[in-house]
Design a protein around this ligand. Structure first.
Ligand code: SAH
Ligand code: SF4
Ligand code: F3S
Length: 469
């Protein structure tokens, strides 16, 4: 499968010309143009919002979190669970009043929800104050869309259903000065039966290694210390490229970039997490000792209906091989409780995996039917109360494990990355261990972006605390 389409550099340059045209228009407005970019969902969306901000900055916009003063509002949406969609609809609905007060305001909705015909129809009919709806596949054309809107004020809907392409050279404005996201691939081919992502994000496609390396090199030069390589399933990186390469090779190449920085990545799929990946992680000194490896459910029948294409035994074996190579590896995972047809006895197999692996932290979700996915059509007889009770058993068990694992840090001294000043008055900084656990740090003289030795003095189920050595 070698068919990733690259948007031509000339086409991206043309978008930058649209930015200039918008900047020329905006220069005539009475007030400095401000934009509000509101982001929902995962790091992929955070990374996309950084590109939207990059374009907006080239159009001469500054940024605000106040919808009253924004000339352009961009809502970058997530469709992963029903709750996420409800929040977006609620917030978009409320903007009708803002827009009434500021009729010149442009309201744009993008991201994963925009790629669903059902949502587009609802926006078309019931949210008439939204001016522009565009899907992730055409994000690279954002300047052209804004330019068109400003010159011909009529609503626009651009949500082509396509496998997707890659555009290099889009400007970015990053939210953080220490940590940065670098997308290495887009889309997903896995079609887990509950998941909307493959339908809204298109097929797997990888950026070329030289483009990724150039971006990381620049980030390191700018002083970034914590770089996360992003993709829905980074372990299939490279399968669509002409070169013979894979994610382990990419990690190795990023690791070889000179500088003092950490490399993280997410998300990995258990079926594609190989011994080669584990060995590469163990060998590369900049790759952080942490792996987020979602397993979703502990019962093989449920895993099969989820179309996960791995068994509980395969998962546990991979984890134990990884622990042999990297004994202090920090492990996290995603779990869905209440998948259609999962019985409480089957759910208890999930608890057994927790006890065996002893994850440091979990992201736990109650199944949410996504229209258009196979799981949404499946029989789902378990009452909500029983699902909730199982969910509570799961989080109680994990809280206990997290608390125990965190307590084991007390007394150790770890080289931590200082993130930011602390938002908790009892401490001075917030920092991260190499394995990405949150540490509240007391002490003076540190700066965000520094690696500093921190002695861990206390812990709870969520985080650690300590003092600068
Ligand atoms: N690509 C990643 C994760 C994508 S979404 C992976 O494959 O692991 C993040 C998490 O949301 C998933 O791991 C899953 O646990 C959860 N999720 C996805 N669809 C869901 C649904 N319909 N209901 C509940 N949780 C869901
Ligand atoms: Fe969704 Fe599965 Fe793809 Fe993850 S691997 S994004 S859960 S379909
Ligand atoms: Fe949500 Fe889209 Fe990410 S559905 S979780 S924002 S890929």
């Amino acid at each position: 499968m070698k068919r990733t389409t690259l948007i031509s550099p000339a086409d991206v340059d043309q978008q930058l010309e649209h930015c200039q045209a918008v900047a020329a228009l905006a220069a005539q407005w009475p007030d400095k143009p401000l934009a509000f970019v509101d982001t929902y969902g995962c790091q992929q969306n955070e990374a996309d919002s950084e590109r939207i901000r990059g374009y907006l900055a080239k159009m001469g916009f500054g940024f605000t979190d106040n919808e009253e003063e924004a000339r352009i509002i961009v809502i970058n949406t997530c469709a992963i669970r029903e709750h996420a969609e409800h929040r977006v609809f609620g917030n978009v609905g409320a903007l009708v009043h803002t827009k009434r007060r500021h009729p010149e305001q442009l309201i744009c909705l993008c991201g994963c929800m925009a790629q669903q015909p059902r949502v587009v129809q609802a926006i078309r009919e019931s949210y008439r104050h939204v001016d522009l709806v565009f899907g992730p596949h055409v994000l690279w054309k954002f300047p052209e869309m804004v330019h068109t809107l400003l010159t011909r004020r009529s609503r626009m809907f651009l949500t082509p259903d396509e496998p997707g392409s890659i555009a290099e050279g889009i400007p970015v404005v990053r939210q953080d000065r220490v940590r940065a996201w670098v997308s290495v691939m887009y889309g997903c081919n896995n079609f887990c039966s509950y998941c909307v992502v493959p339908y809204v994000r298109g097929r797997e496609r990888s950026r070329r290694q030289p483009d990724i390396l150039a971006e990381v090199r620049q980030l390191v030069e700018e002083g970034y210390k914590d770089i996360t390589l992003l993709g829905q399933n980074v372990n299939s990186y490279g399968r669509d490229l002409d070169e013979v390469t894979d994610f382990s090779d990419l990690l190795e190449a990023v690791n070889a970039i000179p500088g003092d920085f950490l490399i993280r990545f997410m998300t990995s799929h258990p079926k594609d997490a190989t011994q080669k990946l584990f060995e590469t992680m163990a060998r590369c000194e900049k790759v952080a000792p942490v792996l987020h490896l979602p397993f979703q459910a502990g019962n093989d029948r449920v895993l099969k209906v989820m179309n996960r294409r791995h068994t509980r035994g395969e998962y546990l074996e991979k984890i134990s091989r990884l622990k042999e190579l990297i004994p202090d590896i920090v492990l996290t995972s995603d779990i869905i409780v209440g998948f259609p047809g999962e019985t409480t006895r089957e759910f208890e197999d999930t608890l057994k995996v927790l006890e065996e692996v002893r994850f440091d932290a979990l992201f736990t979700f109650i199944f949410s039917p996504r229209p258009g996915t196979p799981a949404a059509e499946m029989d789902d007889p378990m009452p909500r109360e029983e699902k909730l009770a199982n969910f509570n058993r799961l989080t109680a068990l994990q809280d206990k494990i997290s608390e125990e694992k965190h307590a084991a840090y007390v007394g150790r001294t770890l080289r931590c990355l200082i993130d930011a000043p602390s938002d908790d008055a009892r401490y001075d900084f917030s920092a991260r261990t190499p394995g990405n656990r949150l540490v509240r740090v007391a002490g003076s003289g540190a700066r965000p972006g520094q690696f500093r030795d921190v002695r861990i003095t206390d812990s709870n189920k969520w985080s650690l605390s300590g003092e600068l050595v």
